[in-house]
Design a protein around this ligand. Structure first.
Ligand code: ATP
Ligand code: MG
Length: 394
């Protein structure tokens, strides 16, 4: 039996004149991603995308998973292809949906007849197929208001399709329609969730990670790599730049007041991330900060951190509780990796009593002793690039 995936596009139909751009980007994203699952034909007609396998070993399970994680899709379903003929539609429906029909007690049929040459009208298709299903499955009752299963028949110019229930898509808008931004990624729970949330709003990501060997290990970096691999199933491929942060952290530790360590370190992170963003044509920074979660995330601390860069900083988790963030982290599959116990550069030198109300003037005075530009130049000169989302580490 020939099977295809039918996709209903999401919010993008609301975008009026930009609709075609949005659809083009979504189609391009689907083409790129689905190439991992085999050869597929992908076309769009009247806000429905048709994804058809073009070779025997095209993997429909993998394709379904990929479609389910592509932003810009409201709902989708797998459907079987039938001839434009009621006998074939009936036979295929029973064949294709028998398990689902066994499992429910109420159903209805919906029909969409786009090909007006088809001899039956939509209500006639519903009555004919509905009667046939009822006769085959006597336990079933028709419920047009609230059926457990809706069997949908679409008769299009290029074929007829029968499908059962629909699957919720990832929502959002297609990655690449919202511009580019740098995500500051740690090995924690929050930043991978922040990355996911901004990709969902159409942003193409570039990741920056600060590592302080030998205080932080290879395994901590590998953890970040694996987190981004998981995020990339949603965001698409991305580049990660690892910044050597050891000298900067050691110098702050040695020369600045202990209680300002974290805030000064975070200012360096923003400054360096902004420079990378500018080089890579990104227009904003993204962090996983949540107000009041730790000392460096008070309103005063965030004001001091923000002053170190001029780009907009997106903090999609700012008003969320930890347990709400954890729910998303579990849903997208990053949680189990995030809680692995590898030391992060933030925890290595954490002061005992960080300042929760830092004053910018004093923070800047404390920084004066540091060779800020020299250290940043050296760090920027030794960035390491890792490509994410290509299936294997490169
Ligand atoms: P996370 O769970 O994302 O690690 P957190 O609650 O531990 O966040 P912090 O450690 O204060 O909070 O970090 C705040 C934000 O700063 C992170 O969400 C991330 O965006 C960024 N960040 C922290 N450490 C790093 C790092 N080593 N490299 C890049 N960005 C970092
Ligand atoms: Mg952290």
């Amino acid at each position: 039996m020939e099977e295809i995936i039918l996709v209903k596009v999401g919010e993008i139909v609301l975008k009026g004149l930009n609709r075609h751009t949005f659809e083009d980007v979504l189609l391009k994203n689907l083409r790129n991603r689905l190439s991992l699952a085999g050869r597929f034909q992908i076309k769009i007609a009247q806000s429905t995308i048709y994804i058809k396998p073009m070779e025997d070993n095209a993997d429909m399970e993998q394709a379904t998973e990929i479609v389910g994680k592509t932003f810009g899709i409201a709902t989708f379903s797998r459907a079987c292809v039938a001839q434009k003929d009621m006998d074939d539609i009936k036979a295929k429906t029973i064949d294709y949906l028998s398990e689902e029909l066994e499992d429910v007690s109420t159903f209805k049929v919906e029909a969409k007849r786009a090909d007006k040459r088809f001899p039956l009208t939509s209500p006639q298709i519903c009555a004919d197929l509905g009667g046939f299903i009822s006769a085959k499955f006597p336990h079933l009752k028709v419920d047009v208001r609230n059926p457990q299963l809706t069997v949908t028949v679409e008769v299009r110019d290029f074929g007829a399709y029968v499908r059962g229930g629909v699957i919720h898509g990832a929502g959002g808008i297609p990655v690449g329609t919202g511009g580019k931004a740098v995500i500051l990624i740690s090995g924690g729970i929050d930043s991978p969730v922040a990355a996911y949330m901004m990709a969902k709003r159409g942003i193409e990501l570039t990741a920056v990670h600060f590592a302080s060997p030998p205080y932080t290990s290879e395994r901590a970096e590998d953890k970040v790599y694996r987190l981004l691999e998981t995020v990339s199933r949603y965001s698409g491929r991305l580049n990660m730049y690892t910044v050597p942060f050891t000298e900067i952290q050691e110098q702050i530790k040695e020369k600045c007041p202990e209680e300002l360590f974290t805030i000064i370190m975070r200012r360096f992170m923003m400054n360096i991330s902004q420079r990378i963003a500018q080089q890579k044509e990104c227009a904003a920074l993204i962090t996983g900060e949540s107000l009041g979660q730790v000392a460096s995330q008070t309103i005063h601390a965030i004001a001091c951190t923000d002053e170190a860069c001029s780009m907009p900083v997106f903090r999609p988790l700012i008003g969320m509780d930890k347990d709400e963030i954890v729910v998303i982290s579990r849903k997208i599959g990053t949680f189990d990796t995030s809680i692995e116990p590898f030391e992060d550069c933030c925890t290595v030198f954490t002061p005992k009593h960080p300042r929760t109300r830092p004053v910018l003037k004093y923070v800047k005075q404390a920084e004066e002793i540091l060779d800020i530009d020299g250290m940043i130049d050296r760090a920027m000169g030794s960035l390491k690039l890792t490509k994410i989302g290509y299936g294997k580490k490169s």
